[in-house]
Design a protein around this ligand. Sequence first.
Ligand code: NAD
Length: 489
Amino acid sequence: MLKKQNYPVSTKMLIDGELVASESGAELVSTDPADESELGRVPAATAADVNRAVAAAERAQPEWARIGPVARGAYLRKLAAALRERADEVLELEVRDTGNTITKMAADVGQAADTMDYFAGLATELKGETIPASSEHLHLTLREPYGVVGRIVPFNHPIKFAAHAISAPLIAGNTVVVKPPEQSPLSAALLGELCRDILPAGCVNILTGNGMPTGDAIVRHPSIKRIAFTGSVPTGRAIQMAAAESGVKNVTLELGGKNPLIAFPDMDPAKIAEVGLAGMNFSWQGQSCGSTSRLLLHEDIHDEVVERLLEAVARIRVGHPLDPASQMGPLNSRRHYERVQSMIAKGNEEGARLRFGGQRPPGKEFERGYWLQPTVFSDVEAGMTLAREEIFGPVLSIFKWRTEEEAFDLANSTEYGLTASIWTNDIKTAMRAVRRVKSGYIWVNGASGHFYGTPFGGMKSSGIGREEGLGELLSYTETKTVHFMGAFA
Ligand code: NAD
């Protein structure tokens, strides 16, 4: 069992109900983003490990499907309760491994357990239909599990995403192979331990490793027909290609965002400055797919919002993520840190106006690790890199608009279409904006919240499919249509 403050930790992965090393003995090192020390090691799964995990999942699946939805729900509720009991331990691991601040991450463990409970509660909703297609026959549909599902998740909320990744597929009667992120893989071992103790062997297999070979081997495995991926657009496209090369597969994708927050002139500038910051999720360094990283301000309120926002951003307290007073921690990994820095450099080169940040914060405690100040650019224009590409970091881009058409064009001017946040007190303006903005998830006079039961997912390059609602559960089933000929004859 992992113990608090006992670092570096050495963890195993879950295959066929046992916590094991990789068959090659290879390991990955997870680095503490706050000081670049070694936090722990996890096995690096090979294609042979993937084969073993999928074989175990295939063996376990028929019995898991047979026990029925209510029994499967009971297992998942037990898992949720066990996770809640270990909440403090998971939280510390997650905060150290991701760099996300403890105050905000405290919700993640609870949400991981809540997601399991939510899908457990939907267990009896796996309904088919009876269809009056003729008067003499009985026509009906059944929902059947795919078999073994492959799920691959990103680094920003590892335990929450891993818990989510197993929930709907398991309730639908599938068994699962999950790949946690290589940058923040440590909490996966704890979830593995709980799954080993509570679930029948093979129902959940958790394979740590890099995208290549581990993730790719999962996607290409011939026994995995249903794949769900959460991560970046380039990886999502690579996964679609690998899936197509290796079979006929159902792939759903939850990908990146470059999300607009559109503020209309009837809004109070103080309120927009406040929500403009909140929507950026600086407490996890802007590393959130739904962050409203493009602030689109009407010219009447632009200057006052910018002035107030700059005052507030200067007060954001950057500090160690385990310190409850910290409001922003370090970025997650060296590679990501360097990429975010290169985007800031492009912003400067292309003529956007750097208004705050852009540097490593001053102070001895920030000399090592992936620290960056919260960063704000104004005078950003469509066509600039800052306007087009997802940064997935603490960099807010501010735009000025004059006409409503201009605002909608700006909002839709990227390849992304994940979330959008619209601020106005005029209902007709709000409804026009809701219609015109091409995003899969829209808040009116709000930002960032997720609500169980409401479908989340992206339009355009931000994804395929919707999660977090009944539709997600049903997406892990295939429809079988049955005709009882002459049943009513
Ligand atoms: P990423 O695409 O680099 O990696 C995500 C996962 O895919 C990791 O586990 C990685 O190991 C794996 N992977 C990489 N290459 C692979 C391959 N060829 N085959 C199979 N698996 C492979 O993303 P990231 O940097 O970890 O996460 C950030 C991205 O995730 C951002 O774009 C963000 O917007 C997105 N994201 C989206 C959502 C959503 O719900 N839409 C939620 C969170 C994050």
